[in-house]
Ligand binder design. Structure first.
Ligand SMILES: [Zn+2]
Length: 247
């Protein structure tokens, strides 16, 4: 009578151990498969190794950014930014995110300015104190009353500047990746935005698509599209470093 429960406990424990081992092995396999699938740049073409890239997912927390119903820009931006970060890391770069969760950054600044301005100030401070080689700010576009405009837009500051080159490199990879989708192919544009004006390192604002356009909006909610645009962004960053004289 006494031995029976002991045997039962032993059997349950053994089962638990075996199940746990399988779970651990499965998790390791899945994680390494994800890491391997994120390694998109062959070693001999890799110019982002040991580079530091700052990724800024626009908005967050109380600031949802553009919206269509309950679809909020801030969530799309964060998803793509996290994917960019993990691809960069899998390819040997350092990646810093201004936010890695659903928060606004205004509380980091206490200068009495508006919440919106303090949030932008905090992002700019992170960019300028990061020692990063470049930054990308990720957003999604929206035009109220216009459902036809679609496609990715990229803004930079200074014609012929490193930021201009970065914008060109990222855009050509995005065009190349999505040429079969029949989206509008915008050229990079000069943009007069706070972050671009005040950042001391090269950088661009990427408006990944228009949530006001049904087709673009569906793409921005699709994990395959988000992964592919993140890959194109990373390939564009690698192309940027390929062309840098010191590399
Ligand atoms: Zn935005």
């Amino acid at each position: 009578m006494r031995r029976k429960p002991k045997i039962r406990i032993w059997i349950i424990d053994k089962k638990t151990i075996i199940v746990s081992l399988f779970a651990i092995i499965f998790t390791i396999l899945v994680m390494s498969k994800i890491a391997l699938s994120n390694k998109i740049i062959p070693d001999k073409e890799n110019k982002i190794k040991a580079k530091t890239i700052l990724i800024d997912p626009g908005h967050g927390g109380i600031d949802g950014g553009a919206n269509k119903g309950n679809i909020l820009e801030k969530n799309i931006n964060l998803d793509i930014a996290i994917q960019v970060s993990s691809i960069l890391k899998a390819n040997g770069a350092n990646a810093i995110l201004t936010r890695n969760k659903d928060i606004s950054l205004d509380k980091l600044i206490n200068d009495g300015g508006s919440r919106y301005k303090r949030d932008l100030n905090a992002r700019t401070n992170i960019i300028n104190s990061s020692n990063a080689d470049l930054f990308i700010s990720i957003h999604a576009n929206c035009i109220s009353g216009d459902t036809s405009e679609n496609g990715t837009m990229i803004f930079y500051r200074g014609k012929g500047s490193p930021s201009n080159k970065l914008a060109d490199n990222i855009m050509s990879n995005i065009h190349n990746e999505f040429k079969s989708l029949n989206r509008n192919q915008h050229s990079p544009q000069i943009g007069d935005y706070y972050i671009l004006r005040n950042a001391k390192i090269p950088g661009v604002i990427i408006e990944t698509g228009f949530i006001s356009n049904e087709s673009d909006c569906n793409l921005l909610l699709n994990s395959d599209f988000k992964n592919r645009i993140a890959e194109a962004i990373c390939l564009g960053i690698n192309d940027y470093f390929k062309g840098t004289a010191s590399n």
